[in-house]
Design a binder for this molecule. Structure first.
Ligand SMILES: [Fe+2]
Ligand SMILES: [Fe+2]
Length: 321
């Protein structure tokens, strides 16, 4: 299959699990198409055509034309120059790698990470936090993230991929939407007597079990095993990166008792203590791996010859027979 076909399918699959819903995403894309049509001069030159069909600014092909025929993916959660060199060494030793699948954004997807963060308003909306209550504190957080990334050396990975001739693409919010939806359905919707039961249920998921055996299990970072969970949400699984710490209080007011997160910041933890919200830090790499696996399951149905080589925190666990 062509790289661009894989990538377009990945975006469609990401939309199918988007907390905003397909209709709203389609409306946003139409608005962007209309906006770009009216641009002139420098603004037109710099317009990102990708934004007219792909709603995930942190996911795109970062090296290659998209016309490449690919089916042997090296898949990793963090891919930087060292992993590209690893790919090159492995290729020298006879491994077939014709494309690199990166989870955490690099290059332009990293530069544009802030643009996906507004999804967090919809994630909180699903919990019952009014849109305005989420939007106000989120704005300054997006600005902070954008400013800090803006100063980074953004394009090293894509240059390494270009020099060593590896087509490469990032899929970030695309797969985080999938793991968000999965955790909401398989964990949050169930009833538990105590928080310990949540941990045990998480450990029934093979990626968490795999990481737990290696010493990196899901942990309760606020609360304890005997504590009652109340309403459980997976509000820190998608939306680019962590939201502002004010979100903890908003969720507490909306009736949330336990937040499942991939990674909890110190400031969020302080707020969780203040507002008596339990927090479970699900293993970050295991959580990201679930989202990638769910996408690969779908892609492998469409391209049966698709193979994967796991690196950098990723472990392939197929859910399809
Ligand atoms: Fe992720
Ligand atoms: Fe991540």
């Amino acid at each position: 299959m062509k790289l661009k076909t894989f990538f377009q399918r990945a975006v469609e699959i990401g939309i199918s699990a988007d907390p905003r819903g397909k209709t709203l995403v389609a409306k946003m894309l139409r608005k962007e198409q209309e906006r770009q049509k009216k641009l002139e001069g420098k603004e037109k030159e710099l317009a990102d055509e990708e934004r007219t069909w792909n709603p995930y600014a942190d996911s795109r092909i970062i090296n290659g034309t998209g016309e490449e025929e690919v089916r042997h993916f090296m898949v990793g959660i963090d891919i930087e120059t060292q992993e590209i060199l690893l790919a090159d060494r492995l290729r020298e030793r006879g491994e077939t790698i014709d494309c690199i699948f990166i989870h955490h954004p690099e290059g332009r997807p990293l530069a544009d990470l802030g643009h996906v963060m507004s999804i967090q308003i919809d994630v909180l909306g699903c919990i019952g936090v009014p849109e305005n209550q989420a939007e106000w504190p989120l704005g300054p957080r997006i600005d902070r993230i954008h400013r800090s990334i803006h100063a980074d050396n953004l394009f090293r990975t894509e240059r390494a991929a270009e020099l060593l001739n590896f087509p490469a693409f990032c899929c970030h919010t695309v797969t985080d939407n999938l793991v968000y939806q999965f955790i909401e359905k398989t964990i949050c919707k169930k009833k538990y007597d105590d928080c310990g039961e949540i941990l045990n249920t998480l450990l029934d998921i093979p990626e968490y079990a795999y990481y737990a055996k290696k010493g990196n299990p899901p942990i309760i970072v606020n609360g304890n095993r005997a504590g009652r969970p109340g309403k459980i949400v997976a509000s820190e699984f998608t939306g680019g990166t962590n939201g502002p710490e004010e979100f903890i209080e908003k969720q507490a007011h909306a009736g949330v008792g336990t937040i499942l997160s991939m990674h909890v910041t110190e400031k969020s933890l302080e707020e969780a203590k203040k507002h008596h919200v339990n927090m479970v830090q699900c293993s970050h790499m295991a959580s990201d791996a679930i989202g990638i696996n769910l996408l690969l399951d779908r892609l492998q149905k469409e391209e049966k010859r698709l193979t994967t080589l796991d690196v950098s925190g990723f472990v392939r666990i197929a859910r399809t027979k």
